[in-house]
Design a protein around this ligand. Structure first.
Ligand code: 4AD
Ligand code: MG
Length: 435
């Protein structure tokens, strides 16, 4: 056999006119006259392969014709540039090797299936080229984020998943059985531990699962999602927004350069990502209310922005944009009040355009002991539970800031997804832990 190559390499034009072999699963097939078109999928993409009855012989042709989809084969042939092929290139096959014949009753056909059926068969549905493209973008997103963070001097640091103190409010806590302890939860965020670790490690980040018992089913919420979080000492609100600007831009540019085919398959033009440049526009919460008022949408000052407000607000921008200085009442206890206007906080959310909304939440933390203790009490939390966190303000407390970025939220926007569940291979929500 000739050199075994991956499908992505063929589609990238690395082997035009050359003899190569590929190995993968038969995703789909059809025949017309003496020609069979096999759509072959490997871990890197899907490519059309053509088999001519005259070239490969009667027996082999018919053997392949009888193979059920998802059978595994190895094909050898010449890579041809052909505008009629779905990706502009195809493999003109002259040798076929069968590796494994699949069972004939693969449940996912190329007809339309209902959402629940596809979720029940998620272990198979992730093979679809659409899901393959999303998952490849997801992997590249993680890789690009890590490389930017490492390049810019951030150290990876890890926090526990079992925690005894709420970070983002009690309503979305998952309580778990933990030996004989009461009040043990799955982490909503690494943040409180991150604030301890910055005095050891300086600028840090993590990419890890976070858990939210979201009791409503929406297109934007998962019970388990991947959270990219950054925490940084000696940095204020504006410093941390700059980090968010550059990190998101770097991810977008990397995807546009290195995964253009996957983006196009999902309806995102890579050029739309390449033209993004930091800094992204910034408006205050008060200015956001003004814009909404202009659209005929009233939000009372002090109320949180939900989907109904974020969605129309995003129509005013064609890049991601920040909303800053949220009222104290809508943000968690640790947000630092603005010294110039104490009813608002030094907080910032980054919203994605095109109706997608919040992808980052963060800001500057309270660094004064008395102020933090007062906020813990005001929120009705037990200072005993936060004793260690309060300690951080007693010894060597410096101004510091951070944020959390929802990986699936970011991907949802980049890949133009209708629903957040398609941004993760095995989604978890209030109704689903199978498969
Ligand atoms: O805005 P949130 O709740 O902020 C925090 O957790 C901070 N402690 C982060 C920090 O400063 N280190 O969550 C951060 C981001 C949101 O902007 C959103 O992208 C994502 O996490 N997120 C969710 N993604 C999917 N499903 C959910 N249920 C999510 N809840 C939050
Ligand atoms: Mg938030």
């Amino acid at each position: 056999m000739s050199e075994l190559v991956d499908v992505a390499g063929i589609l990238d034009g690395k082997y035009d006119g050359q003899r190569v072999s590929v190995r993968g699963w038969i995703y789909n097939k059809r025949s017309s006259g003496g020609i069979q078109f096999l759509i072959l999928r490997d871990g890197s993409g899907v490519v059309q392969c053509t088999l001519d009855r005259k070239n490969i012989g009667e027996k082999c042709f018919e053997r392949v014709e009888r193979l059920p989809i998802e059978s595994v084969i190895e094909l050898e042939g010449i890579v041809r540039v052909d505008n009629r092929a779905p990706e502009g290139r195809e493999l003109s096959v002259d040798r076929v090797g069968l590796i494994l014949e699949s069972q004939p009753d693969y449940p996912i056909t190329h007809k339309r299936h209902g959402v629940d059926f596809l979720l029940d068969n998620r272990h198979l549905y992730i093979r679809e080229p659409k899901m393959q493209a999303i998952l490849r973008l997801r992997a590249k997103t993680m890789e690009a984020a890590r490389s930017w963070l490492v390049e810019n001097g951030y150290t990876e640091a890890h926090s526990p998943i079992f925690t005894a103190a709420a970070c983002e409010g009690g309503s979305t806590l998952f309580e778990v059985e933990y030996f004989d302890e009461e009040g043990v939860y799955l982490a909503q965020s690494w943040q409180l531990y991150a604030e301890a670790m910055i005095s050891s490690l300086g600028k840090i980040y993590t990419i890890a699962p976070s858990f939210r018992a979201e009791k409503s089913r929406t297109r934007r919420h998962l019970a388990e999602y991947w959270h990219l979080e950054v925490e940084e000492p000696f940095t204020d609100l504006y410093g941390i927004m700059k980090v968010g600007d550059e990190l998101v831009t770097h991810i977008c540019h990397t995807l546009a350069r290195e995964r253009p085919r996957e983006l196009r398959r999902l309806g995102r033009r890579p050029e739309e990502l390449l033209r993004l440049e930091p800094p992204y526009p910034r408006i205050t919460y008060d200015e956001a209310l003004e814009l909404l008022r202009g659209d005929g949408i009233e939000l009372l000052w002090g109320e949180d922005m939900g989907w109904q407000q974020e969605e129309p607000l995003t129509k005013h921008f064609d890049t991601p944009f920040w909303v800053t200085h949220f009222p104290k009442g809508v943000k968690a206890f640790y947000h630092k009040p603005d010294p110039k206007r104490r009813e608002v906080t030094l907080s910032a959310d980054l919203l994605a355009p095109e109706g997608y909304g919040e992808i980052i939440g963060g800001g500057q933390r309270i660094d004064d002991y008395e102020e933090l203790l007062q906020r813990v009490r005001e929120e009705g939390l037990d200072p005993e539970d936060y004793k260690w966190y309060l300690d951080l303000r007693r010894w060597g407390s410096v101004p510091h800031s951070g944020f959390g970025l929802g990986i699936e939220r970011l991907l949802m926007w980049i890949a133009k997804l209708e629903h957040i569940r398609d941004a993760i291979p095995f989604p978890r929500d209030m109704r689903r832990v199978y498969p």
